[in-house]
Design a protein around this ligand. Structure first.
Ligand code: PLP
Length: 408
């Protein structure tokens, strides 16, 4: 699952670090490309913007799902062509639009934003091809659609299409739909894809020009807890390929995009931290680790959700909380005798708890613990400035076994 000799070697340089394996990223991206031959993938860079990770994913022909100006520019700097960078995020300012309109396909997140892009295009004297993020009239799991801060409600979009089509400096040619991440059910994703293709047919009836791209968003999940059954990605690919075969007969010009962050890199990373101290307080054994809440926040958030929700299976709140028991803790020690411990961090807050009353081999100060599922929404989410600790290093292990180090 991870490379213990590499970890042991790096522990002599760093007492807490992320380790990303190129080999794992290549396995995941190859799996996607082979499973979905009619689709172009966009890397959702917000999941992990480590430069070597980005280099690796983009080297596989992925475009960019950018959520900020900086992410657009990270794609531009790596030579990604404009049509393979889609900038989709709520609340783009005029400045954001001015800085990216020549480098990315802008996906408007509201009708106001369409007007703002029209203004910028007019000022620049260009005609911009753009997409619109549509908040569909269907929900992810079936049942009524809910309100959303993202995109334009499908009903409003369909009604506005004649007006949008008449804007002189815009060609509205794309539809972006993303409702949910981290799904492991083939059946749910199949229905979701089917509903999306039907939405495009409804929109095309109202639009003057043929749509030329559909961005189907993400949804493809990874197993987090040991009881999760992994999604059958080749099977899902085959299903979508079948659906598209029919669809593309009527839409021969349509480019189909799927976004992914988590599937590409989520399983490629582990977090490694070291035991700094150990104590017993009124019968409870605490193991104090370096840079936990501040270095890899998600296990601590899981503890908070467990403490405050009072529910047996609290709902996901991506990307902060996915589910319970989403991270495994592996002690790097030869010790075979076990004990029950509570893992906490070295911050001056009682909220810095990563695991409560778990059974692990008896740990000594200086031993290391590996935490799994640290490749996505991990380093990027963690409050590393909290209490001015030295943040964990980020290490990238190439397929050849060389390690590239990033230390802030
Ligand atoms: C975050 C995000 C994604 C990526 O989701 P993953 O679960 O990491 O694949 C894709 N599309 C949009 C619009 C997003 O906001």
């Amino acid at each position: 699952m991870f490379d213990v000799p590499v970890i042991q070697k790096e522990l002599s340089h760093h007492s807490s670090f992320y380790l990303y394996h190129e080999k794992k990223i290549l396995e995941a991206t190859t799996q996607l490309k082979e499973s979905f031959p009619t689709v172009e993938f966009l890397y959702s860079m917000k999941t992990n913007a480590n430069p070597s990770v980005v280099d690796c994913v983009l080297s596989q022909g992925f475009g960019v799902d950018a959520a900020s100006v900086a992410e657009v520019m990270a794609g531009v700097a790596r030579g990604v062509p404009q049509h393979k960078i889609q900038f989709s995020a709520p609340g783009k300012s005029k400045k954001h639009i001015e800085e990216t309109i020549d480098h990315a396909i802008l996906v408007a997140d509201s009708l106001n934003e369409v007007q703002l892009i029209q203004t910028v295009a007019q000022e620049k004297g260009i005609v911009a091809t753009i997409g619109i993020r549509v908040h569909p009239s269907f929900s992810f799991l079936g049942g009524a659609a809910t309100p959303s801060k993202f995109g334009v409600d499908e009903e409003q979009f369909l009604e506005a299409l004649p007006v949008l089509d008449a804007l002189p400096n815009l060609e509205i040619r794309g539809i972006h739909i993303h409702v949910q991440s981290q799904e492991l059910s083939h059946q749910v994703l199949t229905q979701y894809y089917t509903n999306q293709l039907t939405l495009v047919r409804r929109a095309q009836e109202k639009a003057k020009h043929p749509f030329t791209f559909l961005n189907m968003g993400s949804g493809i999940g990874i197993p987090y807890s040991l009881t999760d059954a992994p999604l059958d990605v080749p099977g899902l690919g085959q299903t979508l390929t079948g659906l598209l075969k029919e669809f593309l007969v009527d839409f021969p010009e349509m480019g189909i995009y799927v976004e992914t962050g988590r599937y590409a890199v989520g399983k490629s990373g582990v977090y490694v931290t070291t035991v700094l101290d150990k104590k017993v307080s009124r019968g409870k054994t605490f193991v104090i680790l370096e840079n936990t809440l501040n270095g890899f926040i998600r296990p601590s958030l899981e503890q908070l959700v467990r403490k405050y929700s009072g529910e047996s299976t609290p709902a996901a709140s991506e990307p902060l909380f996915t589910k319970e028991n989403a991270f495994q803790f592996i002690a790097l020690t030869q010790e075979t005798q076990e004990e029950t411990v509570t893992l906490v961090g070295n911050l001056c807050t009682a909220a810095d708890v990563v695991a409560t009353d778990i059974t692990l081999p008896i740990l000594q100060v200086g031993n290391a613990i590996v935490i799994t599922n640290a490749g996505s929404y991990a380093a990027v989410l963690s409050p590393m400035q909290f209490s001015s600790q030295i943040p964990p290093a980020e290490l990238f292990c190439t397929s050849q076994g060389d390690v590239i180090t990033y230390q802030k």
